[in-house]
Design a binder for this molecule. Structure first.
Ligand code: PXL
Length: 281
């Protein structure tokens, strides 16, 4: 038997199950890779104290990483919410001492419900220590803007320029996700030479909690299964689009994407993709 590829997420727990570690592990399972997790923090609001981010200790983070590497080993790693400078530095140190093939860095900063998922002073450390190690980074519009000194990103043209400029941070590929702009959901992938434009129709739903986590988890899974970067992003875009299409909510609170949607309803047929050269932007 060929064993499934080994994928680890280093991220926060979203207790409601839509985002963070929960979204990542559900996505890994759907895509038939072997999922492991290193929990950095628990995100869940205490009804009386209002505390929302419950950090894990550095010792607990190191223990989880060491256990997963010893018991299993790893081919692909996805990084989600790290929250503090200390955690970023710890994770960068752990990665330096480990061999793996792919590193996907989702620079998670703010949740859909506006919860703060990265301290302000930690942004620079993330840029300097983790982004240069990444196979691909996957910022959304607010994250790309923060990584570019607060630049306005309002159009597909701005997305393209942002992808080109973020590449200068030293990662191998950049995917800027334009889902928060008006119009179709356009994302721009840049590998230093060529831009790939991926476009999905806008889906009329509020239930998109965890979409970003799911997208980057799917990219990690496809890369680790041996897909090229362009093909992994294309397949992941289809997976998350189908998950958003079938999103739902159990309450009046913004609900999850449906991680099993592709398995139940088939692959998205409406993703458009085209390539252009850097010089044509
Ligand atoms: O969707 C971003 C995100 C990432 N990680 C965790 C989260 C959230 C959003 O709430 O809770 C743990």
């Amino acid at each position: 038997m060929t064993l499934p590829a080994r994928v680890m997420t280093i991220a926060g727990s979203a207790a409601g199950g839509s985002a963070g570690i929960q979204a990542d592990l559900k996505t890994f399972q759907e895509l038939d890779v072997y999922g492991m997790s290193v929990l950095t923090a628990i995100v869940s609001r205490h009804p009386k104290t209002d505390k929302n981010v419950h950090l894990q200790t550095i010792e607990a983070i190191e223990a989880q990483f060491a256990t997963a590497i010893k018991q299993v080993g790893v081919d692909g790693i996805k990084i989600g919410m790290l929250f503090s400078e200390e955690i970023i530095k710890t994770v960068a140190g752990l990665l330096e001492d480990t061999s793996y093939k792919y590193l996907v860095v989702d620079p998670v900063m703010v949740g859909k419900m506006n919860s703060k998922l990265l301290e302000d002073e930690a942004i620079r450390t993330l840029m300097e220590q983790l982004v240069p190690m990444a196979t691909i980074i996957t910022p959304n519009v607010p994250e790309a803007s923060l990584l570019l000194n607060g630049r306005d990103i309002d159009s597909v043209q701005d997305l393209k320029q942002a992808a080109i400029d973020l590449y200068a941070l030293g990662c191998q590929n950049v995917l800027v996700k334009g889902g928060r702009l008006d119009g179709p959901a356009v994302d721009i992938l840049f590998d230093g030479e060529e831009l790939t434009v991926l476009e999905a129709p806008r889906i009329d739903t509020v239930n998109t909690s965890g979409a970003g986590c799911t997208y980057s988890a799917a990219i990690t899974a496809f890369l680790t299964k041996g897909y090229s970067v362009v093909e992994a992003v294309k397949q992941a875009k289809g997976f998350v689009t189908t998950a958003i299409k079938h999103g739902f909510s159990y309450t009046d609170i913004v609900g999850p994407t449906y991680h099993a949607a592709e398995r139940k309803y088939g692959k998205a047929q409406d993703i458009k993709i085209y390539h252009m050269n850097k010089g044509d932007v």
